[in-house]
Design a protein around this ligand. Structure first.
Ligand code: ADP
Length: 478
């Protein structure tokens, strides 16, 4: 991990911001300096051009052949220390000079054409700007006007100092400002982090405060709160599950212990011992069954169950289940009717789906009164296959309809346990159906009682409902 990635967002933001600002300011300052310099030199060149024209107009040949300043003395640059005028004859002999241009080298007369020429010259460590051109002062001469660049350079230097000194100052001020702003903007995140740190596993009911749910931090706090709510409910479920599982495991163990103690309390005949051991084994079976179911559910949760999915005829599978459970219904003089459309094919793991149907039909038998009817229907609707099991039992109150599929949830624990129920049948059924891409739900039955529905994606969607093909009835009372 680099020190950069270890730095806080605040520091990284400020650094980025300052670096970008610095770059922008350097570009801006450079552009400003170049523009100002260009403007200054343009002004100087304009002044030289004016000087040139003035000199052309006011220099005239004297009677003795010399060139003299004939015009207004105000324009004579003779007394100026920062400008000068020089004239050379065509043969290169200097014939006039005034002002402070003495230190300047003579103009290269031969090279001078009719074109005027601007030049920057350094003489005696002084910068000069000159304008040289040919002119007619009585005769053809070379005229050069010059102005010192020193003042202009001084001004440019001042501009440069302002820019160079101002730049770090602005950057430092902006950096400090940026840091303070970033700190203020990110302070709620620090606050959020310290609040979140406070919420440990045993304080999962607490929530983060959301000062403004519309801004980014408010939305983040909202998402964390939703996650906390889900965590809390998972923790609750886990706690309930552990408590319920221990309770369920303890019951058969205490029964085994009770039977064993009662068996040992007095001397018995071999037949009596066999009976005691038989009862104990029954409880052991119950225990084994419970542990197996729990293990399967936990494999289901972990997603380690390998499903072998294939085309399954739902009607056929339902008839198989009903015929194997028929004996239970017969014991209770119940009538199981199966109304199944042919060729309702779904892609599912046959054994897993069979278990779901078995658990639901088994419940219908267990919780319906004796000599009642249980109607099982299999049909297809658009792109779904629907299996429904309707009984005439007590039904399931609306408030329990979701929880009934939870592990160990029972409406009447004593009765269910007496009937051999573990409270896991519907949990397994839900897992089995969902693992096959379907859904299971419960509703009020058409004739009272409950109706459980398993809905699965249909292999070949149909366009209209096909009438039931076969009705099977098992058991019954006369
Ligand atoms: P159990 O092993 O107790 O049957 P299940 O998970 O299969 O566990 O069912 C959970 C509870 O739902 C049962 O204890 C029972 O109270 C209720 N229940 C399930 N099916 C029916 C039904 N067809 N009619 C009424 N109650 C039912």
């Amino acid at each position: 991990m680099t020190p950069w990635s270890r730095a806080s967002i605040r520091v990284r933001l400020t650094t980025w911001y300052t670096a970008v600002l610095c770059l922008m300011l350097v570009v801006y300052a450079t552009a400003t300096f170049v523009a100002v310099r260009h403007e200054f030199f343009e002004q100087l060149d304009d002044q030289l051009h004016d000087d040139f024209e003035t000199a052309e107009g006011l220099l005239a040949p004297a009677a003795d052949g010399r060139i003299v300043w004939s015009g207004d003395r105000r324009h004579d640059p003779d007394n100026d220390e920062d400008r000068g005028t020089d004239v050379w004859s065509a043969s290169g002999e200097q014939i006039y000079r005034s002002g402070a241009s003495a230190s300047l080298p003579p103009a290269a007369v031969a090279a001078t054409t009719a074109q005027v020429r601007y030049e920057s010259i350094i003489a005696d460590s002084q910068h000069w700007r000159t304008l040289t051109g040919t002119s007619l002062v009585g005769r053809a001469v070379v005229l050069r006007v010059s102005r010192s660049e020193e003042r202009l350079r001084g001004q440019l230097w001042e501009v440069l100092i302002v820019l160079v000194l101002g730049l770090p100052l602005v950057v430092v001020l902006a950096g400090v400002g940026g840091y303070v702003l970033a700190r203020r903007a990110l302070a709620p995140i620090d606050h959020l982090a310290s609040e979140a740190r406070r919420i440990t596993a045993d304080r999962l009911h607490e929530r983060l405060s959301v000062p403004n749910q519309h801004d980014e931090i408010g939305r983040l706090a909202g998402v964390i709160n939703e996650t906390l709510a889900r965590l809390e409910s998972s923790f609750d479920q886990l706690r309930r599950f552990t408590a319920d599982a221990s309770h369920e495991l303890r019951t058969p163990l205490s029964v085994i212990r009770g039977i064993g103690e009662a068996g040992l309390a007095e001397t018995r005949t071999t037949a009596e011992y066999k009976e005691v051991m038989g009862s104990m084994l029954e409880e052991v079976d119950r225990l084994t069954n419970l542990v197996d179911t729990l293990l399967r559910l936990s494999h289901g949760d972990a997603g380690t169950v390998r499903l072998s999915r294939q085309a399954v005829d739902l009607g056929q599978l339902t008839r198989d289940v009903v015929s194997s459970l028929g004996v239970l219904a017969e014991e209770r003089q119940q009538r199981l009717t199966v109304n199944a459309v042919d060729d309702v094919s779904v892609t599912a793991d046959r054994l897993v789906l069979r278990e779901a149907i078995t658990n639901i039909v088994d419940n219908a038998i267990k919780y319906s009164p004796q000599a009642s009817t249980i109607d099982i229907r299999v049909h297809a609707e658009a792109n779904r296959a629907v299996l429904s099991v309707a009984d005439h039992g007590p039904g399931i109150a609306r408030e329990h309809r979701e929880r009934i599929f939870d592990r160990f949830f029972r409406l009447d624990a004593a009765r269910s346990r007496d009937d051999g129920g573990t409270g896991l049948g519907l949990a397994i059924a839900r897992w089995a159906v969902e693992a096959n891409g379907g859904q299971v739900s419960v509703d009020d039955g058409p004739n009272g009682g409950a109706i459980f529905r398993i809905v699965l994606p249909l292999d070949a969607p149909i366009l209209s409902n096909v009438p039931p093909h076969a009705t099977t009835t098992i058991g019954g009372h006369s």
